[in-house]
Design a protein around this ligand. Structure first.
Ligand code: DQA
Length: 145
């Protein structure tokens, strides 16, 4: 039997992890995140497809691709979390198709600036994990199983 597929998607500026505001996001790079995710997914019997983009339309296309592939999704939408109805609607396509989608954040947006307290993705996500750095992604994988 093939392992269930999970798309692990990260949005804008997350390619700069490691040097981007390390006091907020920690010193792990995106490569570190992807390596840890792939390891944890393997241990859980999942197959992770890890991707990052700075382009909103590309993220929307990947969410459609997840639906077509029958994959669950772990997504850190970055700043799109707070205002992108296009990403929100694409996330809704995932969850209304019967797949799970976990919203993750390295930081805890609820404890930061006011504009970060709104997530347009949260109402259509299966659940949210925030505030645990790289571990947020790993906890999201555990939530899926
Ligand atoms: C983030 C939180 C967002 O508010 C921010 O715009 C990001 C990263 C996080 O992982 O903590 O880019 O999603």
């Amino acid at each position: 039997m093939t392992a269930p597929l999970v798309f692990v998607l990260s949005g804008p500026n997350l390619d700069r992890l490691g040097t981007r505001e390390p006091e907020v996001y920690g010193s792990d790079t995106l490569d570190d995140v992807h390596s840890a995710v792939s390891r944890e997914a393997g241990a859980l019997g999942l197959l992770a497809d890890c991707r990052q983009t700075n382009h909103e339309g590309e993220m929307v296309d990947w969410l459609h691709e997840a639906v077509d592939a029958g994959a669950d999704v772990v997504i850190n939408p970055g700043a799109w979390t707070h205002y992108s109805y296009a990403v929100r609607d694409a996330c809704a396509i995932v969850t209304t198709s019967g797949r799970s989608l976990v919203e993750v954040h390295l930081s805890n947006p609820a404890s930061r600036e006011d504009f970060r307290r709104t997530s347009v993705v949260a109402p259509v996500a299966t659940g949210t994990v925030a505030g645990f750095g790289l571990q947020s992604y790993l906890l999201a994988l555990r939530a899926l199983i």
